[in-house]
Design a protein around this ligand. Sequence first.
Ligand code: FAD
Length: 446
Amino acid sequence: MGAARKHEETIAGWGNVGVPGREVLSERLEPASAEAVLCRGLGRSYGDSALPPPGAREVLGTRLADRILAFDPESGRIRAEAGLTLLELNRLFLRRGYFTPVTPGTQFVTLGGMVAADVHGKNHHVAGCFGSDHVRRLKLRVADGQILECGPELEPELFYATCGGMGLTGHILEVEVDLKRISSPWIMGESRRIANIDHFLEALKDASSRYPYVVGWIDCLSRGKKMGRGLLDAGRWATPEETAGKALPERPAITFPVDLPSWVLNDYTAKAFNSLWYWKHLPKRREGLRHPDGFFYPLDMIRRWNRMYGRRGFTQYQCIIPEAAGRDGVVRFLDFLTGMGGASFLCVIKDCGPESKGTLSFPMPGISIALDLPVRPDTQKLVDALNELLIAEGGRIYLAKDTFTRADDFRRMDPRVERFEAVRDRWDPERRLRSAQSVRLFGDPA
Ligand SMILES: Cc1cc2nc3c(=O)[nH]c(=O)nc-3n(C[C@H](O)[C@H](O)[C@H](O)COP(=O)(O)OP(=O)(O)OC[C@H]3O[C@@H](n4cnc5c(N)ncnc54)[C@H](O)[C@@H]3O)c2cc1C
């Protein structure tokens, strides 16, 4: 990779917490990946997983390598370079009757990033994860320079460690995945306002038995009887009869203009926003056709919304409270969170299905809770405390979001780390491939 201009440049994840370094873009990943320590897609992981380790200072940006290499309209199987974005995939295929089998809550991600985080979506309960449940083949450059193919039946150990392995097992050059046939490009959706956490947990279960796509938003600042009140969103692909041939329009987006000063976001503004959001949803229940962009990607309507958190940035804490911890586990978590004063605008809640085969994939049966937290002097303390509670409940965090978890806590919450490290020992004993996150969490050389 080319010589770096020295070093006032910084690079950050979506949470805007920067480190020294830069991205070097290439539209030809095969030669460019030979020397790279890490790949980066669109940098939509919140924390430090797509940031270089301190000693390397460069990552290989993949987003220019976005060619579609093959497509079979019969099966929906597509092969593309790892930098192809979901935005582009949707633009080309949605109106033609195909959709990604699993989508995260933004379309500003690359195929490589979707595999490396083994992303999950609103349909996790029926469709699992993107990489470990739907990808058929990967072309991978491993640490010794070899380029090889892997998949569920070909070098499966390496394949499953790569799905959810956050770029640490090899550079993904190409991805082959089965797109899903859809009955129309519209969603038939239902959304409801729900009064508290007990009703919410029931409603999530009920909606998950009736719909393939389900997610909720809760106000995690309300306490007492209102704890866990919020909005539940569920949907399925509309039938051609329901859409009556209505064309899908493009949705305009606006751009968040500036970095807000940090004082604007405080416990009071967060509380006011959460109440407004909850009550804006009138009447109590709504049903009808929904644009897929609004249904799957509401935040994409405001480009660069991460500037709302100001220059200090923010982190997302996403964890699973496992099924075994039950309703009481979720209540203990929310109670603790509101007690610690972790003001958060967005708290997304989802009932996850069975664990996938990805060695470090995030989801497992239980309730996933994701909250955005502005970075403040006490954020480390807050995350430490949340992790302590999470470990006691038997849960775990999502690496694509994490910036603050400590190595010891990570190992205590995820016994699968040993299996993952064994795969790295085989394919990359010297730990050539690494990130700022892997230095922090796995103890890789800086
Ligand atoms: C608004 C928003 C909503 C989101 N919603 C969800 C959600 O619902 N579900 C969910 O699972 N995630 C969600 N995410 C997280 C996001 O899907 C993941 O972080 C995803 O990995 C980002 O893709 P990216 O291409 O931007 O990858 P980056 O952020 O650039 O990289 C993420 C990881 O992938 C690795 N990587 C990227 N490309 C390659 C490659 N070619 N080869 C090897 N490794 C590679 C990087 O090294 C890094 O470890 C959301 C993020 C945002 C901002």
